[in-house]
Ligand binder design. Structure first.
Ligand SMILES: [Zn+2]
Length: 486
């Protein structure tokens, strides 16, 4: 399909929870509930409130027509009176503001001089107050993609809503643990040219947010809304697209739907739509109007100039840049990507700096060796500590062990956390073999396997010296000895 010809416009809104110590407007931890049963159950009915223009939002009226009871599950280890809207909010969490300012800066945004907390009317019950607090931090940003620049219209910091637990005909149940966890919202402007490009942009936005090291990584910590319109159609918002791979499918299907509506009825209505499993959508509610925002009077505005200075001093390297740098160290794109995403990226950096081992070998240990041990052999690799790896690599640098022995040593160490690496090397007999000893084995194998092809001979030697000699040395020595014979 020629997306330019149909006048496709796509906007993404990516919401990503931040991994701060405390919630955005109170001191509760940002953890999800740990207890079996809630400490308190609240029941409420909600009524729409007029926005600052005095109008009641059409989305709110739509909601009011279906009068339902809202049940809140409150957990006292992660909820307080602010979460239940019985106490005014505290000052916004400084840590969250700094992380969000970092993100806005990484997206090249113009940062606001003063942060104003606003209330956004949300009437589905997911916020006991009936509104969500949000603050705009940056506008007019951009990011590079494979298809050129994409505008970043806005970066905001918001409080997350409560989790929907159960929905019945006359009641809805929400759990308040998630309520108030800071989340950053990144909205794109012009520049997305196709459904596949939208997926790339969403992925890159996520990577930039995660570059801060302060993004929550758990199921449900990212939510993606996709806005779609075509020439002759109108803006439709698809809420909560659950995975990146569904983004292009949703857009394709929406283009089809709008095309057929334009053909049959001559127009498209501005809807908010809910995504179904196959990527098609159904009507959720009309798209809210502009009456939704009004100022939060309980929180005073925050000046950004000092905070921004601090943020710029500690701007993290983005994942893309890091991967480029690892490329130069000799890592493939794929290995670079995996190490950046792994829990071992800092340890990888320090090991590369401290030792003379090839970065590729180090990265392979942290990515592939550990993955194989964990997945194939169910080894508890989480038992391995930073200094275990430090010791291991030191032995490798000093030639006490060869890299081929690393999986066996790590496996044994993970299963026996109290043993020292040196004890394990001795116990498993994995100290590097002396040259003379290796030569003896090579000669013996050659004598017993006279007419074998050279690769087979190498294989037999490798099995006999398993983990005690470098494969390069074995190959070299076998070749040398074979040449002597012929
Ligand atoms: Zn709280």
């Amino acid at each position: 399909m020629d997306y330019k010809k149909v006048g496709l416009r796509v906007g993404l809104e990516i919401h990503h929870e931040l991994d701060t110590k405390e919630k955005l407007f109170c001191s509760c931890p940002t953890l999800l509930k740990t207890k079996e049963k809630p400490d308190l159950i609240l029941e409420r009915f909600q009524r729409p409130v007029a926005g600052e223009t005095g109008e009641i939002d059409i989305a709110a009226i739509e909601q009011m027509k279906k009068r339902v009871k809202i049940i809140y599950e409150v957990y006292d280890d992660c909820d307080c009176l602010i979460d239940t809207d019985e106490e005014p909010p505290h000052e916004p969490n400084n840590e969250a503001i700094k992380v969000a300012l970092t993100i806005a800066t990484l997206f090249n945004c113009k940062i606001v001089d003063e942060i104003h907390v606003m209330r956004k009317t949300i009437i589905d019950g997911s916020l006991p107050s009936g509104f969500q607090r949000t603050m705009l931090l940056g506008t007019n940003g951009w990011m590079d993609t494979n298809q050129g620049k994409v505008e970043i219209e806005a970066v905001s910091l918001e409080e997350d809503s409560a989790r929907l637990i159960n929905k019945e005909k006359n009641s809805v149940t929400f759990r308040l643990d998630r309520l108030g966890i800071p989340e950053v919202e990144v909205g794109t402007g012009k520049g997305i040219v196709s459904p596949d490009h939208a997926k790339e942009v969403a992925l890159k936005i996520g990577n930039i947010i995660r570059s801060t090291g302060k993004a929550k990584i758990r199921e449900g910590s990212v939510r993606q809304d996709v806005n779609i319109s075509i020439k002759g159609g109108d803006r439709v918002e698809v809420k909560h697209v659950p995975s990146l791979s569904l983004i292009p499918i949703v857009i394709e299907k929406e283009i089809e739907r709008q095309l057929s509506l334009i053909k049959s009825r001559g127009k498209v209505t501005r809807d908010v739509r809910k995504i179904l499993e196959d990527g098609s959508t159904e009507f959720l509610r009309p798209l809210p109007g502009s009456a939704r925002m009004y100022p939060e009077t309980d929180v005073i505005p925050i000046k950004t100039s000092e905070l921004l200075k601090e943020v710029k001093k500690r701007l993290p390297e983005t994942w893309d840049r890091k991967i480029q740098r690892y490329n130069k160290l000799g890592l493939s794109n794929e290995l670079g990507k995996q190490i950046v995403k792994s829990d071992y990226v800092d340890l990888f950096e320090t090991t590369v700096k401290k030792t003379k081992i090839k970065p590729n070998i180090i990265a392979n240990v942290f990515v592939n060796t550990l993955k194989n041990l964990k997945k194939r052999e169910k080894i508890p690799v989480e038992n391995l500590k930073d200094n275990d790896f430090e010791e291991l690599f030191e032995f490798l640098v000093n030639g006490k062990i060869v890299k081929e022995s690393i999986p066996d040593i790590l496996s044994y160490k993970a299963k026996n956390p109290n043993m020292k690496i040196i004890e394990i090397v001795k116990k498993l007999g994995l100290e590097t073999m002396a040259k003379e000893e290796l030569l003896k084995i090579v000669k013996d194998v050659l004598r017993k396997n006279k007419d074998q092809p050279i690769n087979k001979t190498i294989g037999i030697v490798m099995r006999r010296v398993r983990g005690k000699a470098r494969s390069e040395d074995v190959v070299k020595m076998v070749k040398k000895e074979v040449e002597k014979i012929y």
